[in-house]
Ligand binder design. Structure first.
Ligand code: ATP
Length: 305
């Protein structure tokens, strides 16, 4: 389990973390979601022992991040958002180098290299130069590097950023595989939809504070409010005024002649609103529930904050 308790961190006048408390259950894939500048990288760097917070505490598998940083380094594999590689190394040599930093030599290092390359689907690139790999391949190699000491916990900072759609799918499949073999994975992103079908849990942060946390289903359901779309042949303004004055209907907006609104009262009150519009003689040509997008949910949560 990963836990932070009231973490705070300032950079000059910027409050990067403002009492951040998160809980990542054992064996979960936890999507750590926030807009640019929300504090994700700062949190991951604290957990990876690369940055000292100004206040609060953090632990990984019961080990105190601030007091026992050397123990933490054994438990944690960290993949930064910026991929630094030694360009004049071949893919295989790159992993052998990192294996040697962990004290591995000879056959042990070679067999580890090969099994990691197999895992991240780069075995066929073993003798090619790192700089010649595509970005997606470099990201997978970076993940292999983070796995070199077989850590229980992976801290991955935006691993899919800059990847094309196919490389994103490959990265997602790889992370699912790591989840299946029991790793606890904390993965940051500013794109909720990228994580929703991968993660078991999510935490949404803004301005260094946690807004929501829980299983993906619980967080999204709690945040959802059903939205509807209504198209009328004429009298758009009158229809809008009627909806605005109906109890339980809110956030009425018009876009390209489509009226959209939220309905706190559920399907019953949406049906009542529709009936009232029809009764008033306004010709309705379409009425439908809008599938709420994950991004919209996330933006609403972040903005409400
Ligand atoms: P992104 O998705 O853009 O990487 P993030 O959620 O990872 O954002 P952080 O990188 O943790 O956010 O940054 C949080 C805040 O702290 C931002 O306002 C950022 O500008 C600021 N910040 C981060 N690192 C530094 C630094 N070394 N010096 C000054 N300010 C910093």
């Amino acid at each position: 389990m990963i836990r932070t308790d009231s973490l705070s961190k300032r950079y000059g006048r910027v409050n990067a973390l403002d009492g951040l408390s998160i809980t990542v259950p054992d064996g979960s894939i936890y999507g750590f979601i926030g807009q640019n500048g929300a504090g994700k990288t700062t949190t991951l760097r604290v957990l990876a022992t690369l940055l000292l917070p100004d206040g609060g505490s953090a632990e990984v598998a019961g080990v105190d991040v601030l007091r026992q940083p050397y123990e933490i380094k054994k438990l944690v594999g960290y993949m930064p958002d910026f991929f630094g590689v030694y360009d004049d190394l071949k893919v295989g040599e790159y992993l052998e180098f990192y294996a040697s930093l962990q004290g591995m030599r000879g056959w042990a290092a070679i067999s580890l290299r090969d099994s990691l390359l197999e895992l991240v689907d780069l075995a066929h690139k073993r003798d090619e130069y790192v700089e010649g790999l595509s970005r997606g391949m470099q990201q997978r190699l970076c993940l292999a590097r983070a796995l070199i000491h077989d850590p229980q916990v992976l801290l991955l900072d935006e691993p899919a950023s800059g990847l094309d759609p196919i490389a994103r799918v490959e990265m997602r499949e790889l992370l699912k595989e790591l989840g299946r073999i029991g790793k606890t994975i904390l993965i940051s992103s500013h794109i909720l939809s990228e994580l929703a079908d991968l993660c078991t849990h999510i935490g949404i942060i803004a301005s260094g504070r946690l807004l929501r946390e829980g299983t993906v289903k619980d967080v999204l359901w709690a945040a959802e409010r059903p939205a509807y779309q209504l198209k009328v042949l004429r009298d758009v303004e009158r229809a809008v005024a009627m909806l605005e004055s109906t109890e339980g209907i809110g956030a009425v907006s018009v876009s390209d002649g489509d009226i959209r609104f939220h309905c706190d009262g559920g399907a019953e009150s949406a049906a009542e609103a529709l009936a009232a519009v029809v009764r008033s003689g306004i010709p309705v040509v379409r009425f439908a529930e809008i599938e709420s997008s994950l991004e919209a949910t996330f933006l609403r949560l972040a903005r409400n904050e």
